[in-house]
Structure formats: structure tokens, C-alpha cells
Unconditional design. Structure first.
Length: 333
């Protein structure tokens, strides 16, 4: 398993070292196991509660309204899986590994090992084409080079990708499930993913029958993709993309390619702490509740070095993302 994203990097003798020492001195890298226990218990109970209500409401189209809270608390568990992958939750590798399988594979139907490998490569080289899988070639083009030489349908999609950004986000959950199942690396994980599929389909078929279950699944998965897009896309999309062969140091690589989202406690909750994306990239193993506490330290350190510290409201962040996609699409045309 790739471990790159799991440990706090040591950059003695660099511009990052003084910031790291300040954060360590304040004890902000210590695990917060009780806080996570309460948070995970609440999210699990809420998720189970929504499933119970689905069973009670039963075979009626009114059940479709429950796809929204189910999607919200499904994404809450995705945030937990993200934190488990970063070893923010438990002290030992074994506990984190088991938790990753339970939350990722069984509850969410996403391969924990596949996601850790993918996310590790993103953290190592954010926004660097060819190394960051999140800006790889796909339905969306992030650079003009990616947009060249594609088929007619993909060329049309590229020209309109800014306007199609939110509709395409609704396919992201499906994309994750397909990638996870295709690249799961062991029979054990395939078995755990099968348990998820059996439980997910079984509960829906039992409650509402095949016709309504299919519609419910489409709505539920679309809402998951949209919510995930709101949480993950603002952090990097439309930000600086390092040129090939660049040799930026750790601090600049993480800060200059990353954007925070402004907001209060509601934003923290809805975006799972990923609104502090700069702090998370600098300290990937730091427990999520501590990220807001180090933000003033990071902002002041960047100001002292003359580094740009990007922070925008959520709507503005999406505007920057869409304008970037439109500019790439126009260049292709």
C-alpha cells in the first residue's frame, strides 16, 4: 500500500521547517480519538436512521426525497474514510487499515487500498499533469494539451465543459465505484465490495421494489457526486498547474496549487474540513478538527515569505473552476 500521504513530511532546513516546529510545539499533530469516536458514531447513527426511515416509508415515490439525507450522510462517511486513509483517526496502522476496509469497502463500496494509492499520488504532486490523477485525461480537460487530438464527441464536450461541469459531477460517484471495482487488488476487497453491493441493493429492493429502487439509486448516486464535487473540486481546480519538470519545494508545491474555501462551522461540516485544503495538504496527518486552529499560523507564515494564500467563498471558487474549464475549451476550439 502506498504510504506517501500518511505521514507529516520532515523538511528541515526549508521554508516549511519553522512552520512545522510551531505546529508541533502547540500539539496540533496529536490524534483526537475521542472527538473522532463521537463524530463517527453520530454519522453512523444518522446514516442508519435514514436507512431505517426508508424501510418504514416503503414502496412509494415519496421515498425519493430520502435520497438527499442519505447522500449527505454517505458523504459524511466518505470524509471519515478520507481521514482514516490519512491516519488521522487511530494510533496504529492495523486499526486504521481495518477501519479503512469497514468504512470504505463495506459501508461505501469503495476500495480503501485503491483510494489511498490514488490520493497519495495527488498529495505528492497536486495539479501536476502526468503525476496527479485528479487532473488526468478524462471527460474534462484541464490543459490545452489534454484537449488536443480527441474524437468528435470529446471535442464537443471540451468546448462546453464549463457549462457541463455540474451535470458531470453527478456522474462522479459512479466513476469512483467503477474505478474502485476495476482496480481492487485482492480477493478480500472484492468480497467486501460484494457485501456492500448486496446490502445496498437488498435494502432498496426490500423497501420499494425494482422500479423505484433503480430511480432511487440514480438520484442517490448523483447527489453523492454533486456533494463530493462541492467538497473536493474547489481545493485545486482553476489554481496554478506546475509546468512539467518543475522543482518546487514542498511548501510552494502545496500552497500555490491549493485554495481554501471561506466559511464558518456550517461550511466546515458540509465540506468535511476540506475547506482548509491548504492546511490539509501541508499537514495531511493532522486531525480534521485541528485544521482551523492552524490556519492563522499558515496564513501568517505565507505572508512572511511573500507566498500567495488563496481563500475564496465557495461560489467564487466554482466560478474560477468554470472559467478555467471554459478557457481550455475555447483554446481547443
Amino acid at each position: 500500500m502506498t504510504e506517501a500521504l500518511l505521514d507529516v513530511p520532515s523538511r528541515t532546513g526549508s521554508d516549511f521547517a519553522p512552520l512545522l516546529e510551531k505546529v508541533r510545539a502547540r500539539g496540533l499533530l496529536r490524534l483526537r480519538r475521542r472527538r473522532y469516536a463521537v463524530m463517527i458514531a453520530f454519522d453512523l447513527l444518522a446514516l442508519a436512521g435514514v436507512w431505517a426511515i426508508i424501510q418504514v416509508v416503503g414502496n412509494t415515490w415519496w421515498s425519493l426525497f430520502l435520497a438527499l439525507p442519505l447522500a449527505i450522510f454517505t458523504v459524511r462517511m466518505i470524509f471519515v474514510a478520507h481521514d482514516v486513509g490519512h491516519r488521522q483517526v487511530a494510533r496504529t496502522s492495523r486499526v486504521n487499515k481495518v477501519a479503512g476496509y469497514v468504512v470504505g469497502d463495506v459501508i461505501l463500496g469503495l476500495s480503501a487500498r485503491w483510494w489511498i494509492d490514488k490520493h497519495s499520488r495527488h498529495h505528492a504532486n497536486p495539479n501536476l499533469v502526468g503525476k496527479d490523477p485528479d487532473v488526468g485525461v478524462g471527460a474534462l480537460c484541464w490543459t490545452t494539451d489534454q484537449a488536443m487530438g480527441r474524437g468528435r464527441l470529446m471535442t464537443w464536450l471540451g468546448r462546453h465543459q464549463g457549462r457541463l461541469f455540474f451535470p458531470l459531477l453527478m456522474l462522479e460517484a459512479l466513476n469512483l465505484h467503477v474505478g474502485s471495482a476495476r482496480l481492487a487488488r485482492s480477493a478480500r476487497e472484492l468480497a467486501l465490495l460484494a457485501v456492500h453491493v448486496a446490502g445496498y441493493l437488498g435494502l432498496l429492493l426490500w423497501a420499494m421494489g425494482p422500479g423505484k429502487a433503480v430511480v432511487f439509486i440514480l438520484v442517490h448516486q448523483a447527489l453523492i457526486g454533486l456533494h463530493l464535487g462541492c467538497a473536493f473540486a474547489p481545493g485545486h481546480k482553476g489554481m496554478v498547474m506546475p509546468p512539467a519538470g518543475s522543482r518546487w519545494d514542498f511548501l510552494r508545491k502545496q500552497v500555490l496549487t491549493t485554495r481554501n474555501v471561506k466559511g464558518g462551522p456550517a461550511t466546515d461540516w458540509f465540506l468535511g474540513g476540506l475547506n482548509y485544503q491548504i492546511e490539509h495538504h501541508l499537514f495531511p496527518g493532522m486531525p480534521r478538527p485541528n485544521l482551523r486552529h492552524i490556519q492563522p499560523l499558515v496564513r501568517a507564515h505565507c505572508a512572511e515569505l511573500g507566498l500567495s494564500y488563496a481563500e475564496e467563498p465557495l461560489v467564487s471558487s466554482f466560478g474560477m473552476t468554470i472559467r478555467h474549464l471554459q478557457s481550455v475549451g475555447r483554446a481547443e476550439a
